[in-house]
Design a protein around this ligand. Structure first.
Ligand SMILES: [Zn+2]
Length: 390
């Protein structure tokens, strides 16, 4: 083995590198231990308070910690989030704006502070400010979060064309399927057009709703409304019949309008038979009511209501039987007392209930005012829902 000259050089270089590494480690270690020493005790106290859900004390401790070391970015975030969660939006905004004012903030932390600030504005109801911050973040790593928030803002401000645009972007990003929601936005556009007497615009928006979600019920309901407005009862009826084809369960929602339209178009008998067939397949009190409205014969009406009660033992059905009971069958005072008792028991049980959050509404609604969900209400009244659940 030959001795090579460079071995002589390698030895000191290796030694030098080792020494440098140990120095670096040492410096790192020193910095960390200084941090630990400096990380104000108040920070750990704050964490402890947070864990034991004593937010007031946690905030005091965090403020102390931030004052002692204004460079700790994470502490600012913790403090800002705490303020927001407690509804102290102004203070949360100040904390996040302070962070953003720093020139040395790395870009990732800057975007994190921006999204936090947008959340503060949103929660505080300052939607225009939230919108501009979220819009600035729409091409950042927070893109889907920003777009989802923008969608909520446009829903609240009823800017439906912009909501449609954002929902489309979210769908293209793979954030889920937005077809059903977009169809509702088009329905909202149609209603706005209808209010400003632009029926062509309304019909155009409804075409788009059906195209984006062919199973949507609401466009057909709205088309029927426009046809009625134009005096075309037969066409309106056709639109409502279509609901039975695409989502038969929702026929109940259209049943009373259909009964009226069947009568208007001189088809009371055929309409009664059609609705009765639907009642048998998709029982619902509104369908029974529609059938009863078209049935001319009093004893037949009583029989229909009784049959329904026998198969669906609900208070709603009992109330209908009582309505159809002639005074000959039961003495008037007894009938009246029974009716009052039933009405009392039925109070608050004829509503519709959101399947997502449980919020109840007197009239059927496509958009839950509590949880903002779309089409979260089953087309059945609460009492009937309870029976279905048993
Ligand atoms: Zn809800």
């Amino acid at each position: 083995m030959e001795f090579e000259l460079w071995w002589l050089l390698a030895l000191p270089i290796t030694f030098g590198l080792g020494w440098l590494a140990s120095r670096l480690d040492l410096r790192q270690w020193r910095r960390e231990s200084e941090l630990k020493r400096d990380a104000p005790l108040s920070y750990f106290r704050g964490l402890n308070f947070l864990l034991s859900e004593q937010q007031d004390k946690a905030i005091d401790a965090f403020i102390e910690a931030v004052t002692a070391d204004p460079n700790t970015v994470d502490l600012h975030f913790a403090l800002g989030n705490l303020f927001r969660r407690r509804g102290e939006y102004e203070r949360a905004v100040r904390v996040h704006q302070n962070l953003l004012a720093r020139g040395d903030l790395p870009s990732a932390e800057r975007q994190r502070a921006q999204i936090a600030l947008a959340q503060d504005f949103f929660k505080a109801g300052l939607l225009d400010r939230a919108e501009s911050v979220y819009t600035a973040l729409a091409t950042s790593p927070y893109q889907s979060e920003a777009l989802a928030a923008l969608l909520q803002i446009h829903e609240r401000t009823k800017e439906w064309p912009r909501a449609i645009d954002i929902a489309g972007q979210l769908e293209r990003l793979g954030a889920g399927s937005y077809g059903r929601q977009i169809a509702h936005y088009w329905c909202e556009v149609a209603m706005q057009c209808q209010q400003s007497h632009d029926l062509t615009g309304a019909l155009d928006a409804l075409d788009k709703a059906v195209r984006v979600h062919p199973q949507a019920v609401r466009p057909w309901q709205l088309r029927a409304g426009i046809a009625q407005q134009q005096g075309d009862a037969a066409q309106a009826l056709e639109h409502l019949r279509h609901i039975a084809q695409i989502q038969p369960d929702f026929t109940a929602l259209a049943a009373l309008d259909m009964a009226r339209l069947f009568r208007e178009t001189g088809q009371a008998q055929a309409g009664r038979d059609w609705l009765l067939a639907k009642l048998q397949d998709y029982p619902a009190i509104d369908l029974l009511d529609a059938v009863l409205q078209l049935e001319a014969d009093a004893s037949e009406r009583y029989h229909l209501a009784l049959t329904y009660l026998q198969t669906h033992k609900s208070l709603l059905a009992a109330r209908r039987v009582l309505d159809q009971t002639s005074t000959a069958l039961s003495p008037e005072p007894a009938r009246l007392a029974l009716a009052q008792a039933l009405d009392g028991a039925l109070k608050n049980r004829q509503r519709y209930r959101c399947a997502a959050c449980g919020f109840e509404a007197r009239n059927y609604t496509w958009h839950c005012p509590a949880c903002q969900g779309w089409e979260t209400y089953p087309p059945r009244r609460t009492e009937e829902l309870q029976l279905l659940a048993v």
